[in-house]
Design a protein around this ligand. Structure first.
Ligand code: SF4
Length: 337
């Protein structure tokens, strides 16, 4: 996996939404939902994009597919800079980049049967002659664990977990390389979540798919991701491989997020770090380190100097002044504050 070329490269991606006001509707400010995010995704791997709600992870997912236009930055997919493509060219490429939402029901036409839903997606992308599509849709339903004889049923006749399987089948119907799962299992019961995650893992093995898994639940992300990007206020706080991030989180924000989830090894003690306050407004983000208003280890310089991403020997990259000389000794730090 580590030698594989990146399927997706994201460079300094920004998405600022204008806020208009006054009689003339002039732009008065911007919501900086994504504010300079960079990462890459290798062929066949899963990247977890995590953070609290409002951190910009879902917007980043949509901007990657250009469902929303980026304000700045570069998105290179399969060797091609898709930020420069016209709408028509982008539509042709879109079959390779699909997205599954938290509530697939919202993106299904309730008056269309499963057959019509998938047939329409395949027709737009000119996948197979029409006469062969019905059989292919039956195969896809089997592939995602649904009964192919239910091809003529309507979305409301399925459970939430089954509808998510239909959304996966629809994404697969156009032979994608990358699937963005935007909180795709968040609204499901825990047991159904596990089934859908196992399905996604199996499909990844069988079809060589690449995933970006956008989620606020780190417990879920841990089970599926090879690497994790932790976002805070539209920026990257920390990124690295999943095991390293879970065993040795370096950024204070990552530590706080992880301390809130149940730890699988009860013999190991872990600090409980409660985050005070809400995520500040992305309209007027704090100066310096975006986390400084909530960080228990804040120093004077944090209020004015933006910390760059420092690369540690472990391979983690951490945007915090405390790591500029290497890993943070949290025992020492806690004694000092
Ligand atoms: Fe906390 Fe300062 Fe590090 Fe930001 S740079 S996370 S405020 S110690």
């Amino acid at each position: 996996m580590s030698d594989a070329a990146p399927l997706l490269q994201v460079e300094n991606l920004k998405k600022h939404f204008p806020i208009r006001g006054g009689v003339l509707g002039r732009v008065q400010n911007y919501v900086k939902a994504v504010d300079g995010v960079s990462f890459d995704v290798k062929q066949g791997e899963t990247i977890g994009l995590v953070g609290e709600s409002g951190c910009g992870k879902s917007t980043a997912g949509r901007v990657l597919l250009r469902l929303q236009e980026p304000t700045a930055g570069r998105i290179v997919f399969d060797g091609e800079d898709i930020t420069q493509l016209s709408k028509a060219e982008l539509r042709r490429r879109r079959r390779h980049m699909q997205i599954i939402f938290q509530d697939p029901y919202g993106s299904f036409n309730p008056r269309q049967t499963i057959h019509r839903l998938l047939d329409e997606a395949m027709g737009i992308q000119k996948i197979l002659p029409k006469a062969q599509r019905r059989e292919r849709i039956r195969e896809l339903l089997s592939l995602v664990g649904l009964n192919p004889d239910h091809i003529d049923r309507y979305p409301h006749e399925f459970s939430g977990g089954q509808r998510q399987r239909i959304a996966i089948a629809r994404a697969l119907s156009v032979d994608p390389k990358l699937i963005i799962c935007d909180e795709a299992v968040s609204s499901l019961d825990v047991s159904v979540q596990a089934q859908v995650i196992n399905l996604l893992k199996r499909l990844q093995r069988e079809l060589g798919l690449t995933y970006i898994f956008v989620a606020h639940d780190l417990g879920v992300v841990r089970h599926i991701s090879d690497r994790i990007v932790v976002m805070y206020l539209g920026t990257v706080a920390e990124k690295g491989d999943t095991t390293t991030i879970f065993e040795n989180p370096q950024h204070p924000y990552t530590r706080a997020l992880l301390s809130a989830i149940p730890f699988p090894d009860p013999t190991r003690k872990r600090e409980r770090m409660i985050l005070s306050g809400d995520v500040p407004s992305p309209i007027d983000p704090p100066s310096g380190c975006p986390f400084h208003t909530r960080c228990p280890y804040v120093m004077d310089r944090c209020r004015t100097e933006v910390p760059p991403l420092h690369r540690l020997e472990s391979g983690q990259e951490v945007a915090c002044h405390l790591v500029e000389d290497g890993e943070i000794n949290y025992d020492e730090l806690r004694r000092a504050v």
